[in-house]
Structure formats: structure tokens, C-alpha cells
Design a protein around this ligand. Structure first.
Ligand code: XMP
Length: 515
């Protein structure tokens, strides 16, 4: 860990916000990573943490089987910070008492602190914090004292300064605790003694070392989609193991204009990565002929992708690892997705099904990172802005934007309209202000007039949304002249479209993609 320092390990007890904690620590320029609370104890020890943070979590310490850390964690002698459920764990496991709160405390509260240990340095004596808890600490364990209170929580912040153990009932990691970053920074710098040595360059060095150690002289296969995550994963792994990496790029015929060329140019010509380009466009388009049902389309595209990918992999010879650009938020979402009865809105197509089928070990070097950190990493690795800054693009591609039956001709029409829309957004300087922009070709014909001629052609719908995480979205307010230019150009330049709509549906009730 030379140059980076010992990490802060966040033990994850399943909280919605736990992933934010590690990120806030990294923002304080200290290396931080997340381990599930039940990761083997040796794994935690091997990381030689400078400090440990217990995340929040939805459980109550009183429930049978409530997630708890290995009690040996208290023998490591490193500072510990418990957040919300994590604070209750500290109190409960160290001999205090946690009781169900008299009333649930949820939302904004005001904390008043009295602290001399450095934990609240540069934090206002009265500061806004964000609470979300039912249980609360009633009796402090031996050695602990209260260092902050809110109206409803006399023990909103507790400390055992001698053993460098701290607990906060509130969430310092969320934006509604405006001085939360300062509190976390105090913990990692003043209590744990970490230096500000962390940056993306360090992450590259560390990840490269880690990948080399894992992979040794074995071979890595990577499904490269041209999206941000798989592109950054590929560039990083290539930096680590060079030609031991082979990327497979499947052209499913449902890609954007210029995409196959861009991916080949960047990865083969610039990065000199072994790139296997599988042109399976005909195969996908033939399989989709006459298929109008969105779920059926998704299944066909997903299954065919696995089939084509497996065939390519077999042709390439023995491989040991499958690289994926999985991010930590994906990990959390997929875990909770299997834990609840949430309805399937759409069958998302990712490479997630591949590892089971192919008997390959997974290599996921981006697991700890958030999307914007992945972008920063991509820039650090020298990937062009065109790849690093691009909007998300769904696995089934234009297949779910070509509404109704898919034909080569309709796909070409859609591809042209899409390219104009994106180009105009870039020209207007709005690309980065938009989460995602897309065009759908609708199976609806309308009458128009062009050059004194009657036309009877299809309709397309433009959609651009703002969003934080794609779970909710709002339609983007374009200056009207941008929309006007798009409509003019599409009707004039794209054969078979004579009418352009702008979609002003938010999510919910609409989803971002139409299918
Ligand atoms: P929806 O349409 O569900 O989309 O609001 C949310 C986000 O997910 C993207 N999306 C996909 N991404 N495979 C992916 O990798 C898929 O099958 C898929 N379907 C939708 C969508 O573009 C948006 O960013």
C-alpha cells in the first residue's frame, strides 16, 4: 500500500447509504474500500486498516440473526466509527444498552456537540444532521461518553476516546448533513491519523498491483460494450496485464452510428488491446425480424449475446477470468433486487449471466467505485472524452428504441435521427447537462408535406432526461431553438421520418427507455 497509506475499511451492514461513506472518505483523500460485514476476518486483517467504519443498516440489533461483525474486530486496536446501526452495534456489543426509540427519528435534526477529541473540529457547535433510525442507545458502554445530542437523542454522538471508538446516530455521509464531510474527514485524519495521499493515480497503481497479483500469468476475457464501465475496466486491466487480456466486442447491429468504428479505433489502434470484433449484426437482426413485443426482444437479444460471446470465447482458446465493469451500486442493487419481491419492469440485459455459464473466475476491478469516479479513472488512464463522458446506452441498444418490428431499414433510419439529435445536443453545449438522450422510432405513420409533395412517413420521438441514478428522471428543458433545429434536420436529412415529437414524461410514470 506504499504511497497510499493504510485504508479505511467500511464494513457494510446493508444500508442504503453505506456506499456513500467510502466515497466521502476518498473525497477526504484517504483510501477507502467496502467489505461486507461477514467477509472473512482474515481478509479484513490483511488490509491492515487504519480505521474501520461500521455502516448503517436496516436491521435492529435485537433481531435474531442481526448482522454483527466478528468480535475480534475490537482487538485490532484501530479506531472504529459506528454510523446509525453501526453505533448501536458498538453500544450493544461493548456492554451498553440499545432500546427501541420512543419515537422514530427521521429527517433533519440539530446536533449540539461538546467534544475535545478532534472529532467535531471545525464543525459548528449547533449543526444540521440527518437522522433515520428507530432504535437508540439508552445506556453507554463503559468508557463511553456523550459528545453530541439532538432533541430526541441524548446520545446522538458518543465516544470512547481512549480506545478511539466513536458512534453517531445520524448519517454524516448524506448531503442533508452539510458538515458530514468535515466529520468524516476529522475521523480519518485526526482520529485514525491518515494522511491525504489518495487520488485516482494511486487507485490506478493499487488496482494494477491487485490485478497482477490475482491474474498472475493467466488469461482474461472482457466483454467490451464501448460503454464507460467496460471500457474503463478494459483499459485498467490492460495496463496491468497487457496482452493477457482479450476483449470481445459484439456488434449486434443495434449500435449507434459510428460506434463499432470508434470502439475499434480507441481500443485496437490507440490502446493496442487484443480486440476480437464479432460482427453478428445479421444474426441479431434476422432473429428480431417481426418481433414487436419488448420483453421478447430483450430476451432474444440477451440470449443471442451470450451465444455469440461464448462462441467467440471458445474460438479464442482457454481463458481463466471474465472481466466486468461492475460498480458497487450495481452490486448493492442486484443484492437487494434478489432479496425482495420487486416486480420485473424490464429484463435488463447485462453480461451478468455469463460467468455462471462459462465457468470463469470474475475480475471486477471497479467494484468499489461510483460512476463519476469511474469516469475520473478513465480520464486518468487516457481514455478519450468521447468514451469516458458518454451517456448510458442500454445493452439491447437501438433494439428497444425501434418500437414495433425491427428491420434493417428502420434501424438505419433511427440511427441517422439519433446521430443528428446527439450532434445538435453537443453543438448546443448541453451534452453534459443531460443524463441520457435518445430517439425512438415509432410504428406510426403520419401525413406531411415536403416540397409540395405529400409524404406519408414514420414519426420519431426525442427524449432527453436529467437524473441522479436512473431510478427517477425528469425531462430536460431544451431551449426551443435546439428542438427546432433537431426537428428541421431530422425531417430534412432522414429518409422515412416526417414528424418529430419531444417526450415530456418523467420517470415515474414513464421509464427512460420506451421498451
Ligand atoms: P429504464 O428504461 O428502466 O432505464 O428507466 C434505466 C436506465 O437503464 C438503462 N437500461 C439498460 N442498461 N441493460 C443496460 O445495461 C439494459 O437492458 C437496459 N435497459 C435499460 C437505460 O438506458 C437507462 O439508463
Amino acid at each position: 500500500m506504499q504511497g497510499v497509506g493504510r485504508p479505511i475499511v467500511v464494513l457494510d451492514f446493508g444500508a442504503q447509504y453505506s456506499k456513500l461513506i467510502a466515497r466521502r472518505v476518498r473525497e477526504a483523500k484517504v483510501y477507502s474500500l467496502i467489505l461486507p460485514y461477514n467477509a472473512p476476518f482474515d481478509e479484513l486483517v490483511a488490509l491492515q486498516p487504519a480505521g474501520i467504519i461500521f455502516s448503517g443498516g436496516p436491521a435492529s440489533v435485537h433481531v435474531a440473526g442481526a448482522p454483527k461483525p466478528d468480535p475480534r474486530v475490537y482487538d485490532l486496536g484501530v479506531p472504529i466509527l459506528g454510523i446509525c446501526y453501526g453505533a448501536q452495534l458498538l453500544a450493544d456489543m461493548l456492554g451498553g444498552k440499545v432500546l427501541p426509540g420512543i419515537k422514530r427519528e427521521y429527517g433533519i435534526a440539530h446536533l449540539e456537540h461538546r467534544d475535545t477529541t478532534g472529532f467535531f473540529d471545525q464543525v459548528n457547535e449547533r449543526t444540521q444532521v440527518w437522522m433515520s433510525h428507530g432504535d437508540r442507545v439508552e445506556v453507554l458502554p463503559l468508557g463511553f461518553m456523550a459528545i453530541g445530542e439532538t432533541e430526541n437523542s441524548p446520545y446522538a454522538a458518543i465516544a470512547d476516546p481512549e480506545n478511539r471508538r466513536y458512534g453517531v446516530q445520524f448519517h454524516p455521509e448524506v448531503v442533508h448533513t452539510p458538515q458530514g464531510p468535515q466529520i468524516l474527514s476529522n475521523f480519518v485524519h485526526k482520529i485514525c491519523g491518515c494522511d491525504s495521499t489518495w487520488d485516482m493515480g494511486n487507485f490506478v497503481d493499487l488496482a494494477v498491483r491487485d490485478i497482477r497479483r490475482k491474474v498472475g500469468d493467466k488469461k482474461v476475457l472482457c466483454a467490451l460494450s464501448g460503454g464507460v464501465d467496460s471500457s474503463v475496466a478494459a483499459a485498467l486491466i490492460h495496463k496491468a496485464v497487457g496482452d493477457q487480456l482479450t476483449c470481445v466486442f459484439v456488434n449486434n447491429g443495434l449500435l449507434r452510428k459510428g460506434e463499432p468504428d470508434l470502439v475499434q479505433h480507441v481500443f485496437r489502434d490507440n490502446f493496442h488491446i487484443n480486440l476480437d470484433y464479432a460482427d453478428a449484426a445479421d444474426c441479431f437482426i434476422d432473429a428480431l425480424a417481426e418481433v414487436g413485443d419488448p420483453e421478447q426482444k430483450r430476451k432474444i437479444i440477451g440470449n443471442l449475446f451470450v451465444e455469440v460471446f461464448e462462441k467467440e470465447a471458445t474460438r479464442l482458446g482457454h481463458m481463466d477470468f471474465l472481466a466486468q465493469g461492475t460498480l458497487y451500486p450495481d452490486v448493492i442493487e442486484s443484492v437487494s433486487a434478489t432479496g425482495g419481491p420487486s416486480a420485473t419492469i424490464k429484463s435488463h440485459h447485462n453480461v451478468g449471466g455469463l460467468p455462471d455459464k462459462m465457468n470463469l473466475e470474475l475480475l471486477e476491478p471497479l467494484r468499489e467505485l461510483f460512476k463519476d469516479e469511474v469516469r475520473a479513472l478513465g480520464r486518468q488512464l487516457g481514455l478519450p472524452e468521447e468514451i469516458v463522458g458518454r451517456h448510458p446506452f442500454p445493452g439491447p441498444g437501438l433494439g428497444v428504441r425501434c418500437i414495433g418490428a425491427i428491420t434493417r431499414e428502420r434501424l438505419d433510419t433511427l440511427r441517422e435521427a439519433d446521430a443528428i439529435f446527439i450532434e445538435e445536443i453537443r453543438i448546443a453545449g448541453l451534452y453534459d447537462a443531460i443524463w441520457q438522450a435518445l430517439v425512438c422510432l415509432l410504428p406510426v405513420k403520419s401525413v406531411g408535406v415536403q416540397g409540395d409533395e405529400r409524404t406519408y412517413e414514420e414519426v420519431c420521438s426525442l427524449r432527453a432526461v436529467t437524473s441522479e441514478d436512473a431510478m427517477t428522471a425528469d425531462w430536460f428543458r431544451f431551449p426551443s431553438e435546439v428542438l427546432q433545429r433537431c426537428a428541421n434536420r431530422i425531417c430534412n436529412e432522414v429518409k422515412h421520418i416526417n414528424r418529430v415529437l419531444y417526450d415530456i414524461t418523467s420517470k415515474p410514470p414513464g421509464t427512460i427507455e420506451w421498451e
